[in-house]
Design a protein around this ligand. Structure first.
Ligand code: PMP
Length: 414
């Protein structure tokens, strides 16, 4: 995912589709720089959601009546939409989940419980979100497997030499993020998957921060599993997916039992439906899935590569303006390697104070450990401030961030 010269996004036109961006916060125009936590939603996504409930609402896959058929068709079309967006060969490769967290827990349980045993190695990295650490810790505890980690360099990249050395030890699974939610670092996913495949290691890619911000092609990446959340990619909260290489289904057991995922149920035992339904127990978030498809339509119209280039530009503006203020920016120096995410520490100021002062100017950023406590520890901080940009942010907003931080530094210096 590199920045290339492309036509600039029509940000003004994009912003008109997001009514919330025209509102005020604390009496100032809202500057929303927290899209890595969750993105705002365009009108078409909200309309798709309400349209489902107003015109098609019914449970899916259950009844033969007209509405049930409408709902099921919309729901399954949304699955096909996701498959197309991520370059999966078939809709059946997509398992609906509540989001990245549930998708990663699904792999750790459905695949992990069957395939990981005492003494096996589970390879992770130091830059993982808690969602890609804790499920594996739980699996290791259950099975007696060992956890191994790829270290992070001082400039916030994976230590690739160490990654290859660890892969040469043939771990059972390598679970890693495509893009760090703290450092913005874009990892060389395809190369790592290739090395893992050569070692006989299954790959699990956390795509939560990657999918919203650039083109994704799981086939080209060569991963076995790819997890993402809809809500960071203009879609609703509560829906996401685990995209699986189809062959992986043969090595997975059902993880949640209930309605929908079965073929036949007897009092003592059951048989199960084919994947992906086998991994989708209970009533799914059908309306949210349909609205997620609308979000992907919106993103595709904007051209994911153009979105990425726009974010690189805003990141560069913010980093250039922040550097002279004496703030420490975590992660790669080059904005092209960390599009959209600027996490920083203002020496002597608590991130919550920085965020509160920015909030007073209508600027929304996130302060805290960003669900990556081990990574905070790696960089010797407890918390940081994170500004994150998306396709609807402007150059003026990137400059406003730096102005706000400058004001915070001056305020506390006094
Ligand atoms: N991984 C990464 C890299 C993330 O940024 C997030 C969300 N902050 C998650 C996983 C978890 O996503 P969700 O809360 O949507 O399940």
């Amino acid at each position: 995912m590199t920045a290339t010269a492309r036509p600039a996004l029509d940000v003004a036109a994009i912003r008109r589709e997001f009514p919330i961006l025209a509102t005020e916060a604390r009496g100032r125009p809202l500057v929303y720089l927290d899209s890595a936590a969750t993105s705002q939603k365009p009108r078409s996504v909200v309309e798709a959601l309400s349209d489902f409930y107003l015109t098609s609402n019914s449970n899916v896959h259950r009844s033969v009546h007209h509405l049930a058929e409408r709902a099921t068709t919309a729901f399954e079309s949304a699955r096909a939409r996701v498959a197309r967006f991520v370059g999966a060969p078939a809709p059946e490769c997509v398992v609906w989940t509540r989001g990245t967290t549930e998708a990663l827990n699904l792999v750790a349980n459905a695949w992990g419980s069957r395939n990981v045993g005492p003494g096996d190695a589970i390879l992770l990295t130091e830059m993982e979100h808690h969602a890609n650490l804790v499920p594996w810790q739980m699996l290791a505890k259950r099975t007696g497997a060992r956890l191994r980690f790829v270290p992070v360099t001082d400039d916030g990249r994976l230590d690739l030499e160490a990654a290859h050395a660890r892969l040469a030890e043939r771990p059972k699974v390598f679970a890693f993020t495509a893009k760090s939610n703290v450092l913005g670092t874009e990892n060389p996913v395809a190369g790592l998957c290739r090395a893992a495949r050569a070692a006989g290691t299954v790959t699990v890619v956390d795509g939560a921060q990657a999918l919203p911000h650039g083109p994704v092609d799981v086939t080209a990446l060569g991963c076995d599993f790819f997890a993402f959340s809809g809500h960071k990619a203009l879609g609703p909260m509560g829906v996401g997916a685990l995209v699986c290489r189809r062959e992986m289904y043969d090595a997975m057991d059902p993880w949640q039992g209930g309605g929908e995922m079965i073929r036949r149920v007897r009092l003592e035992e059951s048989t199960y439906a084919e994947a992906p339904i086998r991994f989708e127990a209970g009533t799914p978030a059908a309306a949210d899935a349909v609205a997620l498809a609308a979000a992907l339509d919106f993103l595709e119209r904007c051209d994911p590569a153009a979105v990425h280039a726009h974010e690189v530009r805003l990141t560069a503006i913010a980093m250039e303006a922040l550097r002279p203020l004496g703030v420490r920016i975590l992660g790669p120096e080059d904005p092209a390697d960390r599009a959209g995410i600027v996490t920083f520490d203002v020496p002597g100021l608590h991130p919550h104070d920085v965020a509160t002062l920015l909030d007073g100017r209508g600027i929304a950023v996130r302060a805290g450990h960003h669900c990556a406590q081990p990574l905070m520890k790696r960089f010797g901080v407890v918390a940081t401030t994170r500004a994150s940009f998306y396709l609807y942010n402007t150059e003026d907003e990137a400059a406003a961030l730096a102005d706000g931080v400058r004001a915070a530094v001056e305020y506390f210096r006094r």
